[in-house]
Design a protein around this ligand. Structure first.
Ligand code: EPZ
Length: 426
């Protein structure tokens, strides 16, 4: 297991490019199962989560090839196997997004229940409720979800739960409804940009979807869908993470391939904290030249503040001037980074799903343990600002969502070294 050894204290300066969105690419790749013929995706990031999805699609009868220019070709050549095995799904719970496309295209799917993860329970009850409304017969057997349907029929579906909408649940139901007979209306649909990206891809395949990006999506079913080419939207969470990297080091960084309209809540919060965010051609420049101001935020479904930036902003507010309050409403247990940030000197007090942050003048480097994707990003960010050396262990978590993060941060002035276990033990 690799670790990152980070020397803190450098102000980041320079320019970097945001990759294509992991959280758009995963449901997009799943939606390719609906097509008669190949699809070609541009800007699919090279991440371990993407590789898991590639391995799963190959088991489900797809030819999946990375082209010389990096584009990803997906072509369904064999529809015999529709079983997404536990051994694959347990490595990447977002594999659940193959459920809707397999059901719609093949009339059958067996997908392992994803189970929980470090940020909390990851139920799929709303996914199943939506597919059942379209006429699917659902049973659970040996930890697997088995869905069957001769022909899906359009329906009016409420996809809200106690924590609001569901992103991958919306992707699953929208994808399945694309091939259903008749019209489907999804109420309380997820409004995330990744859902808009999947809807745009489905429409380019011949689907008839309107309202994506709003809480009400209408899908007029069509008999077949064809392959097409599609460019994945920029990764707004990666962009937000790099914005925090510029702010937490009092640096100045140009971020290319960044859609500020996908990140308005986070940009609003950065400006509230005293960070300069200037839109410029193809992206933005983020700078911070003074002490940061304390602030408060609560995570919400899009367009509210994204839960996937909660940990990163907590790291930023750990060195702000004054007390801040962070409340997590999407995954109430998403706080494994709190104890590790405290090891770096952050003063955090957790009460249920709220954390009070007493801003400190400075953090101090220490060995810390990554626990999940965004928590590990927060530890790297805090280490960039901390005095001295920080070792972040188990960085396989960070490799799930950030492509060689150390190379990209070192290119703008960071001092990060990736070491394997043997080197670390020396
Ligand atoms: C997507 O997960 C993202 N993952 C997550 O990003 C992100 O945190 C999450 O959306 C929320 O924005 C991908 O897109 C691959 P949800 P998803 O269904 O779709 C509850 C990252 O760091 N819920 O929108 O699985 C659920 O427990 C990852 O990149 C139900 O109760 O999340 C949660 O509290 C982490 N029943 C809330 O809804 C269901 O059937 C939102 O979950 C489904 C969800």
């Amino acid at each position: 297991m690799d670790s990152l050894i980070i020397e803190g204290g450098s102000r980041l300066r320079g320019s970097l490019r945001v990759n294509g969105s992991k959280n758009a690419a995963l449901p997009l790749m799943a939606a390719a199962l609906l097509a008669d013929g190949p699809s070609l995706f541009k800007d699919v990031p090279n991440l371990s989560d993407i590789q898991h999805q590639i391995n799963l699609l190959r088991e489900l009868g797809c030819v999946v090839e990375r082209q010389a220019d990096g584009d990803l070709l997906i072509n369904v050549t064999d529809e015999k196997n529709s079983h997404a095995r536990y051994d694959l799904v347990r490595k990447m719970r977002a594999s659940i997004c193959v459920l809707g496309p397999l059901l719609a295209k093949r009339g059958y799917a067996r997908v392992s229940m994803p189970g929980g993860c470090a940020i909390g329970d990851r139920p799929v009850d709303i996914h199943l409720r939506g597919l059942e409304a379209l006429g699917a017969h659902i049973e659970l057997d040996g930890g697997d979800i088995i869905v069957k349907a001769d022909k899906l029929v359009g329906a009016e579906i409420f996809l809200g739960g106690n924590f609001g909408s569901t992103v991958l649940g919306t992707a699953n139901v929208m994808s399945a409804a694309a091939l259903a007979k008749g019209t489907t209306m999804i109420e309380c649909a997820a409004c995330e940009p990744e859902i808009v990206d999947v809807a745009n891809y489905l429409n380019a395949m011949g689907a008839k979807i309107t309202g994506a990006g709003t809480p009400r999506i209408v899908i007029e079913g069509v008999p077949t869908l064809h392959g097409t080419s599609h460019t994945v939207i920029p990764d707004r969470i990666e962009a937000g993470t790099f914005m925090v990297a510029a702010a937490i080091t009092n640096g100045e960084v140009h971020i290319d391939n960044c859609r500020l309209d996908h990140l308005m809540a986070a940009v609003d919060k950065l400006r509230n904290i005293g960070v300069i965010v200037d839109k410029d051609k193809g992206g933005c420049t983020v700078a911070s030249v003074r002490r940061l101001e304390a602030s408060t935020f609560t995570t919400q479904p899009h367009p509210g503040f994204p839960t996937d930036l909660q940990a990163q902003f907590m790291a930023l507010l750990s060195i702000a001037d004054g007390n801040s309050v962070v409340t997590e409403k999407i995954f109430p247990d998403r706080f494994l980074h709190v104890a590790e940030l405290a090891r770096l000197g952050a003063r955090l007090h957790k009460e249920g799903s709220t954390v009070i942050i007493q801003g400190q003048k400075r953090l101090t480097g220490a060995p810390v343990m990554a626990s999940d994707l965004r928590a590990s990003a927060a530890l790297v960010l805090a280490a960039l600002a901390a005095k001295g050396t920080t070792t972040v262990m188990r960085v396989y978590h960070i490799d799930r969502g950030y492509e060689r993060i150390e190379n990209r941060l070192n290119a703008i002035g960071a001092t990060i070294k990736r070491v394997n276990q043997e080197e670390l033990d020396l």
